[in-house]
Write a new protein. Structure first.
Length: 136
């Protein structure tokens, strides 16, 4: 039995890693479909940039309002460095959230907006700029 495990353990790890990658890809596609189908846009203000781990990463902490209720959330700063991210504090950007669960959301710092944008204005911005579809 031990010889069999030693002989085939590499195949086990290959199958496990491939399965995890497929699962991750499937989840990303699922959320992309949900955002396209049920996503609603609004404005978010970035309040702070907070580090996590041992200085290995940073999150944007932001707030947005829906029907007189304020939601607090955070998301990774992506490929920005900390100095670029710090410059975005107190600025307004587009956030997309799911209609049935506003806690599932994502802020897009490449799409600056003003605070009083409505849903129709967001759709116009998305239609006028063809490159934005790839960002979302």
């Amino acid at each position: 039995m031990i010889n069999w495990i030693r002989k085939y353990h590499v195949y086990f790890w290959i199958i496990l890693i491939a399965g995890l990658l497929l699962y991750d890809n499937n989840e990303k596609k699922l959320y992309a479909k949900l955002y396209k189908k049920e996503g609603i846009c609004t404005s978010a203000i970035i309040n702070d940039v907070e580090g996590y781990g041992r200085g290995t990463g940073y999150d944007f902490k932001y707030t947005f309002r829906i029907k007189n209720k304020t939601y607090h959330s955070k998301t990774d700063i992506g490929n920005l460095n900390i100095h670029q991210a710090e410059k975005l504090k107190n600025k307004t950007f587009m956030v997309v959230f799911l209609k049935r669960n506003p806690h599932i959301n994502r802020v897009y710092v490449k799409i600056p907006v003003h605070e009083n944008f409505g849903q129709l204005e967001y759709k116009n911005v998305l239609l006028k700029k063809p490159g934005i579809e790839n960002i979302l």
